[in-house]
Design a protein. Sequence first.
Length: 222
Amino acid sequence: MSQQVKQTLVQCDFDGTITHADVSYMVLDTFADGGWRKLLAEYRAGRITVGEFNTRAFAMVKADEKTLLDFIKSKLEVRAGFSQLLDYCQHRGFKFVIVSNGLDFYIEDVLKELGVPDIEVFAARTEFDPAGVRVRYIGPDGNQLQSDFKEAYIRLFLSQGYRIIYIGNGVSDLSPARQAHHIFATDDLLDSCRQARVDCTPFQDLADIIKGMALLDGISSS
């Protein structure tokens, strides 16, 4: 008896993957009133969680939402091939979701500006307050998470029976990506995969991923 083909879900990071630069770092560099990069060093060294890092770092940001969005729009560069990748996924019947350690307010605004506001986004929830931006990660069960945010969602998607294609760029993507059926990697994720001897396909532009997906399924990307 033939095995049923699984539906494919594409789990994609945002900062540094869909965008060239990490938007959250751009915001913190410009608006954080404090030594947020000391916190970043602690996070990268594994001494604090991503939840603690973003909670403490963004508490240093006193600017309002409009100010931040205006700044982001003036600086943001989207990696080439994004619209083509979305079109390809739609054509192939692949579900495309964004799971990011970034913040929901700017991810959703960027997608709206790009004309694709209906993409499901799982990211840090943001509340604006004059005392500082409040950031929380909420897992699939509705509870707040301090770590393993991306891992929680890929476990959910796997439990739903999806074949998962993972797209990412950062060190934090390695753990969830290892649970996927195939990885497309660039920058730090690519280096991490190579060091850990994890199979992946490199990419520069997002259009590269279309060719890679077509090769996976043995079809033409044209």
